[in-house]
Design a protein around this ligand. Structure first.
Ligand code: GLU
Length: 454
């Protein structure tokens, strides 16, 4: 979709600002007359990012031509710490999308109570159309283009849609080489190796990117963290909602987040009866086996036909359905885990799930939010439910800065503590103010951010 095709409700930044407005209205009711001017100033400041970087990345293509890719890094708010957030590769990336995503990152880090602000990056590209070499050169070029504006105490990027640990490895390597090239050549030290970075200094620079592979300084548990964090949030929330017993779930999206979510849900006893990718969905009433389904998808290139239940894949066990049908299945838990604007005013009246757990960023439009709220379907908001990823990113950053490497058990223990506490804070705010959980999550985040902006 080209930028000009965005209608008002498709525009993620318009939607994000509408969410801010709802939370601001609640906050206005909680302050005294004297405090109001400060609150209004802070709300006004949060209506735009602090800095927008627009980059052009020239890439030598395999056929000898040069193509220029457009990209962004938006640094939204750093009141609580360095800007933090992923880098997305997608042909539908737009400045307004990256602005919305960076705003949501600031909110997310505050909900999880991390000492970080919010940022996001993106390149307008369909990475599936690039060769491995082209992908690497584009990634390195982008890292060079933003190198002066990032760093352990400035801005800490990470993976997002269509980016991963390998890409973070290329980027951090490029970034470190760039920083090394800036160390002034001291004639007396030349050849002695003393004008090089020490191991500790290099590890510090490595903390500029998170979501790295372990061999590049990554953290145990980072790849699975968004899914595992989502499970901890869901379990905590279901207990508060008083919902228990055997439950069914569907997951829209089968990338890193969707796959891991399906895996953890199955592992925790939920029956995951449908999953989807960009080409369509599969329904397996007996409950899918996520590992086998992923293996099958890797082999075929798509999910259709991957009807894997128990320990076998068998065509008689499932059928193909559309993405739309998946969203409207009668299940307990609906998990959108792909892109924005999936639940809209068109399909929200037909959603039959008992709870929506948002693992994508921005999957529900404000119109759909209102409809679901009125229908009594709780939406566990993205800035809470998918905050496990950035939480373990923060752990990775901390480990690199301290020169430590924590065990997976330690990482997951700390992750659980954060997720349970963030869920409790959002739940309490929602009860106290009698507001939907999304607005409650924003109220929680904004209170923390505004305290840091004083
Ligand atoms: N891209 C992920 C998100 O949207 C993770 C960001 C990070 O780890 O910084 O939350």
């Amino acid at each position: 979709m080209a930028k000009s095709d965005l209608t008002k409700t498709d525009n993620p930044f318009t939607n994000a600002m509408q969410q801010l407005t709802l939370a601001a209205d609640v906050l206005r009711r909680t302050v005294t007359r004297n405090e109001l001017p400060d609150l209004e100033r802070n709300i006004a400041l949060l209506r735009q990012p602090k800095r927008i970087l627009n980059v052009t990345v020239p890439v030598s293509m395999d056929d000898g031509t040069v193509r220029i890719f457009d990209g962004y890094r938006v640094q939204y708010n750093d009141a609580r710490g360095p800007y933090k957030g992923g880098i997305r590769y997608h042909h539908q990336v737009s400045l307004d999308e990256v602005k919305a995503l960076s705003f949501w990152m600031a909110m997310k880090c505050a909900v999880a109570d991390l000492p970080l602000g919010g940022g996001k990056g993106g390149i307008i590209v369909d990475p599936k159309l690039l060769t491995a070499g082209e992908l690497e050169r584009m990634s390195r070029g982008y890292a060079r283009a933003i190198a002066d504006c990032i760093g352990p105490d400035k801005d800490v990027p990470a993976p997002d849609v269509n980016t991963n640990g390998v890409i973070m490895g290329w980027m951090v390597n490029e970034y470190i080489n760039y920083q090394k090239s800036k160390i002034p050549p001291l004639p007396k030290l030349r050849g002695t190796g003393k004008n090089k970075l020490t191991d500790r200094e290099e590890l510090r620079l490595r903390s500029t990117f998170t979501g790295k592979l372990i061999r590049d300084g990554g953290s145990e548990g980072r790849e699975e963290a968004t899914g595992l964090g989502g499970l901890f949030v869901l379990q905590t929330m279901l207990a508060r909602l008083g919902l228990k017993g055997e439950m069914t779930a569907v997951v829209q999206g089968f990338g890193n987040v969707g796959y891991n979510m399906a895996k953890f849900l199955s592992g925790a006893g939920f029956k995951v009866i449908a999953v989807s990718d960009s080409r369509g969905a599969i329904l397996v009433p007996g409950g899918i086996n996520p590992e086998l389904t992923l293996e099958c998808k890797k082999k075929n290139g798509y999910l259709a036909g991957c009807y894997c239940s128990g320990s076998v894949c068998d065509l008689t066990k499932g059928k193909q359905i559309t993405n739309e049908e998946l969203l409207e299945l009668p299940v307990d838990i609906l998990v959108p885990a792909a892109l924005e604007n999936v639940l809209t005013k068109q399909n929200a009246p037909r959603v039959k799930a008992k709870v929506v757990l948002e693992m994508a960023n921005g999957p529900t439009t404000p119109d759909a939010d209102e409809i679901l709220y009125k229908r009594g379907i709780p939406v566990v908001p993205d800035i809470l439910s998918n905050s496990g990823g950035v939480t373990v990113s923060a752990f990775e950053w901390e480990q690199n800065l301290k020169g430590q490497h924590w065990t997976k058990a330690e990482v997951n223990r700390k992750l659980k503590l954060r997720m349970v506490s963030a869920t409790g804070a959002v739940w309490d705010a929602s009860r106290r103010h009698k507001i939907p959980m999304r607005t409650a999550a924003f109220v929680t985040a904004l209170t923390r951010i505004f305290a840091a902006m004083k």
